[in-house]
Design a protein around this ligand. Sequence first.
Ligand code: NCD
Length: 312
Amino acid sequence: MPNNHFYDRDIVSIKDFSKADLEYVFSATDKIRTMKPGERGELGRGRTLGYIFYEPSTRTRMSFEAAMASLGGSFIGISELKSSSVEKGESLADTIRVIDLYSDVIVLRHPMDGSSRFAAELSQNPIINAGSGSEEHPTQALLDLYTIMKEKGRIDGLSIAIVGDLKYGRTVYSLLYGLANYRVDVHLVSPPSLAVRKESIYDVQGKLKIKEHHELDDVLAHADVLYVTRIQRERFPDVQEYEKVKGSYTVDSATLEKAKQDVAVMHPLPRLDEISHSIDHTKNAVYFRQAANGKELRAALLALMLNESPPL
Ligand code: NCD
């Protein structure tokens, strides 16, 4: 069993993960999937996951809940801020200090960049960043990379197109930083006003071969993965700017005809109109399998964080 250095550790940025760390989490995920419920149910027994979501969530919150339940643990949390003391003006710092008193691990989603790093400095128990502004969403990247590995059998050598809102989409940044551990060609496709933030390109330059495009058609012939993202309306300082770029790209049957036969279409979800429902039944539609992997991967990650020497 490799040394588990996830035990009692914060998950704030995917940049903190080496390639060996990523592979350890993937192999733990493979193992936990094959465990009998009784055995799996020991890994979180008597432990509590506490969460607070300052922004909406469906998959991230529910998959953490389902993951913790599958480990035999329990969860408590706030996703309706109006019914919490945040509504009375309680600070993030005080809120985190109190959740820390009631939980063994804390999941936080917050609209500010840096929020999870800040929370990690305050809490005794480990923090998991479930989305910090448009900065990062590291567990999404873990499940995205795991999904690519499962669907394609490898990550090295692939051509990966990331499409949509590359300026505000936090899943994009975590994915890019994670991919920097592999030998991949990355094609970034966005409207000019939604290109990846320059400082992040500098971070991964030299590690990744990156090309920027504006047209989806430019990348279809060679992409092994199309990672499609939603235009993040809520992060636009000016709604008129959003109106200009909404609906920029749509992946539909006509798109698939121009793409590689086995292209994996991924999306962190929720989707709006960027992937047509008409392709949901195709083998290329990976996004729901991707969401399913989220539960298993988060269960493995929690098991590693909560147990010094889990049988994983
Ligand atoms: C993403 C997020 O919150 O960043 N959702 C998710 O966790 N799957 C993507 C999005 O909201 O577009």
